[in-house]
Design a protein around this ligand. Structure first.
Ligand code: HSE
Length: 401
């Protein structure tokens, strides 16, 4: 089966190399032998599969298209054209799916093709397939995770687990860029917008409604201070950028913020560029998925898994494939209707605070001069505010225990 690739950067080239290396293995395991037959990119190349012009690309012979250009435009225009021309599309582009997903799903629906986006969230982790397929029968009410590899890598090298001296934030960002983890503009990583787009995609999938970047309460990592680092070390926690969504039917409350994570929490052990997602649902209970959240081959692996899924779901006939047909195309997208907002008290959080006099029901973690570091019971933001002056809260961070 022939595959068109839009973009030949870290991910697009990764898809091509992966399919060259593992094509026979994929054929043996799935019955499909996908190969890249057309590439649209800015580079000029001797390779006859490459072209610079979308008209030239559309004239080539391919079935499924993998979009790995990043950014909303021109990716939106090109993906729309591919869907309208009857090609199912697989994408790793979270900006595209978060910002324009509902429109593209409607176009895919009208043209009876599929739009798949596993690689847009959590790198190689099969979070979309798990939520969409494996948990289709469950009421998933909470998803929390580490969805940005760059910031998790940054915290790991700034605060090494062995207690050794860490490197500065700037040096850590540069290293993440060199390793191909960070976005071209790392502001999206460190300001939390990359993780926010990913949790918005998850919330859209779970509610069936559009949840955009502006629906997520986002705080990045740039205001982490030396005091945060010192308190974190003194109480034996780690700092992680946590993305969370609480869902109730079509209502959602989503946020991204740095949190102090206790050694008892499963996300405490997720270091480096690794991502992890914990889902909680009524029947399955808690599921944790973890794996590389960024990088060429992990992301390409997620793209190729969607390519095989699209071939099986949207195109397979007995003539194409010896295996039984997996399924016919189902509608995996969401509508343009906005999600409702979940009431504030559905989002209670524990906090680590530096206080003059301990709050009711709090747990003392350490002494800091005349102040005490405590862990509170779960509170709403309003309840926390009400405590601020009464108990002399000077410094405070959300915590996961
Ligand atoms: N910059 C992103 C990250 C890449 O660090 O997670 C994968 O989406």
């Amino acid at each position: 089966m022939k595959i068109g690739v839009l973009g030949y950067g870290v991910v697009g080239k990764g898809v091509d190399l992966l399919l060259q290396k593992n094509r026979d293995l994929i054929a043996r395991k799935t019955g499909f032998a996908p190969e890249v037959n057309a590439v649209l990119c800015l580079e000029t190349s001797e390779d006859e599969r490459f072209c610079n012009d979308i008209e030239d690309f559309m004239a080539r012979d391919f079935t499924v298209v993998a979009e790995a250009m990043g950014g909303v435009e021109p990716a939106f225009t090109y993906v729309k054209r591919c869907l309208e021309a009857g090609h199912s599309v697989v994408t790793s582009n979270k900006a595209l799916i978060c910002d324009r997903g509902a429109e593209l799903f409607a176009i895919a629906r009208a043209n009876r093709v599929g739009l798949y986006y596993e690689a847009s969230v959590g790198g190689v982790i099969p979070v979309i397939k798990t939520l969409r397929d494996n948990l289709a029968q469950d009421d998933v009410h909470t998803v929390a995770g580490i969805l940005n590899g760059t910031t998790n890598y940054i915290f790991s090298v700034m605060l090494p687990e062995d207690g050794s001296e860490g490197i500065s934030l700037d040096a850590a960002i540069r290293r993440a860029q060199e390793l191909g983890y960070a976005e071209a503009d790392p502001a999206a990583d460190v300001e939390g917008h990359d993780a926010a787009r990913k949790i918005a995609i998850i919330a859209s999938l779970l509610t069936g409604c559009q949840v955009g970047l502006s629906d997520v309460d986002v705080r990045g990592i740039l205001d982490i201070t030396e005091e945060d680092v010192a308190v974190c070390k003194s109480v034996g926690y780690k700092i992680k950028l946590i993305a969370e969504a609480k869902i109730d039917g079509t209502a959602v409350s989503a946020r991204v913020r740095p949190m102090f994570v206790a050694p008892t929490h499963p996300l405490y052990h997720i270091d480096g560029v690794t991502n992890a997602v914990v889902t909680e649902s009524d029947m399955a209970g808690e599921i944790m998925l973890t794996g590389a959240g960024a990088g060429r081959f992990p992301t390409a692996s997620a793209v190729v898994s969607d390519i095989v899924y699209a071939l099986a779901s949207d195109y397979a006939s007995e003539a194409d494939c010896d295996l039984p047909r997996a399924c016919r195309h189902r509608d995996f997208g969401w509508s343009e209707k906005s999600a409702d907002k979940l009431a504030a008290d559905a989002s209670k959080t524990r906090y680590i605070c530096s206080v003059r006099s301990p709050l009711p029901d709090c747990r003392e973690l350490a002494k800091a001069g005349r102040e005490t570091i405590v862990l509170t019971e779960p509170l709403t933001e309003e309840e926390l505010k009400a405590h601020e002056t009464v108990y002399g809260i000077r410094w405070c961070r959300a915590a996961l225990v």
